[in-house]
Design a protein around this ligand. Structure first.
Ligand code: HEC
Ligand code: HEC
Length: 309
């Protein structure tokens, strides 16, 4: 699941009041305060960003417009470069005609698997992995080859699929607030007890969470907590270089450079090629959560958490 687990990448880091946003591969050249953190190098080097991301205001106050919130969520979720909406639009009818019979009209599965959880898809960025897969298919398992559609149409399909995943992960940003609290609180409590108590407690760190957030924000932050600059949410790095090892909070990283602030507040900068970098993201668990969370569980959880006063 590279889109989440290997690319801490796109997480926009909210550093002490400065809203910084960036691309996975590349700090926005127009934003010299941009900070990007990156999990693993992608083979083949940098790819140009598909869409420029703008610094996002904090949505915690609820002031951000839905589109800005969606964009912020996308970045926070580590979803990577935004899918190409035009290509996705071209891909939609091609998908409907060639794939929907088996994978369902929204790619959520039929006699073929749900593609939103497909590692083939999550490991892919620009169709570079999916297109070859689709050309060859897996005929022995019932997935036909689609080489005859041609690279352009297959690339459009992959953009369509990436957009489906994105919409799925961004559910919280377009749901009607009034529909959020109609779940089964008891079932939500049970889900919480089973899944969340390894890290949280309703009487401890999440005490009062239902009073602190409006339902929509509760849903968003439950799926992916806001990267608000608090050390418990910042990506940490260990950098081993010629002069020894330094640990600290990542304030900037791109393909070439990494900048850390250590515990004493001292800022260090290196060329990435000179050092070995290990990143650790406290929000790693939450990055994968959106994909695993079923609609019903989400509604139940939000309904339950809203009662945690
Ligand atoms: C005749 C039914 C059928 C059609 C049509 C079909 N698929 Fe599939 N597809 C399958 C089956 C069955 C599998 C599971 C193969 C396996 O178990 O390895 C699969 C697997 C996949 C996977 C890999 C899922 C994973 O991660 O394991 C992707 C991606 C995919 N299909 C995309 C598409 C696309 C895009 C189209 C249209 C161009 C399409 N499929 C058309 C039946 C179909
Ligand atoms: C592996 C650990 C882990 C698991 C499991 C986990 N979380 Fe989190 N979660 C975190 C971390 C780390 C934070 C950031 C906490 C902080 O800054 O103090 C966080 C933050 C949150 C926040 C934001 C709180 C705030 O004040 O902004 C919510 C809500 C939340 N998690 C809900 C959940 C729910 C619901 C589940 C289960 C479905 C869950 N978490 C499972 C690690 C986890």
């Amino acid at each position: 699941m590279r889109r989440f687990s290997l690319s801490i990448a796109t997480g926009a880091l909210f550093v002490t009041g400065l809203a910084l946003a960036q691309q996975r591969q590349q700090v926005d050249p127009n934003d010299d305060m941009g900070a990007a953190a990156q999990g693993e190098r992608r083979p083949g080097g940098a790819q140009p960003p598909r869409a420029a991301s703008a610094p996002q205001p904090s949505a915690r106050q609820g002031a951000a417009a839905p589109a800005a919130r969606a964009e912020a969520t996308r970045a926070f979720l580590g979803l990577g470069v935004a899918p190409d909406a035009e290509a996705a639009k071209r891909g939609a009818p091609v998908f409907a005609q060639n794939c929907a019979a088996c994978h369902g009209p929204d790619a959520r599965g039929g006699i073929g698997p749900n593609l939103l959880y497909s590692s083939q898809l999550l490991d892919d960025d620009h169709g570079e992995k999916l297109v070859p897969f689709l050309k060859a298919g897996r005929p022995e398992k019932g997935m036909p080859p689609f080489a005859q559609l041609g690279d352009a149409a297959l690339t459009d399909i992959t953009e369509f699929l990436h957009l489906q995943v994105e919409n799925y992960a961004n559910r919280g940003t377009y749901q009607n607030v009034n529909n959020l609290l109609v779940g089964d609180a008891k079932a939500g409590a049970a889900y919480f007890a089973k899944t969340c108590t390894a890290c949280h407690s309703a009487t401890g760190d999440l005490k009062g969470v239902g009073a602190r957030f409006r339902p929509l924000d509760l849903q968003r932050y439950m799926i992916f907590p806001e990267r608000d600059g608090h050390p418990s949410r910042m990506i940490q790095a260990t950098v081993v270089g010629r002069d020894g090892t330094v640990e600290g909070e990542v304030t900037k990283i791109d393909d070439f450079d990494i900048v850390l602030r250590d515990k004493a507040g001292v800022v260090h900068a290196w060329r990435q090629s000179d050092v070995k970098v290990t990143l650790k993201d406290p929000l790693e668990w939450h990055k994968n959560f959106a994909y695993r969370l079923k609609d019903k569980d989400m509604t139940d959880l939000v309904t339950y958490l809203s009662t945690v006063k």
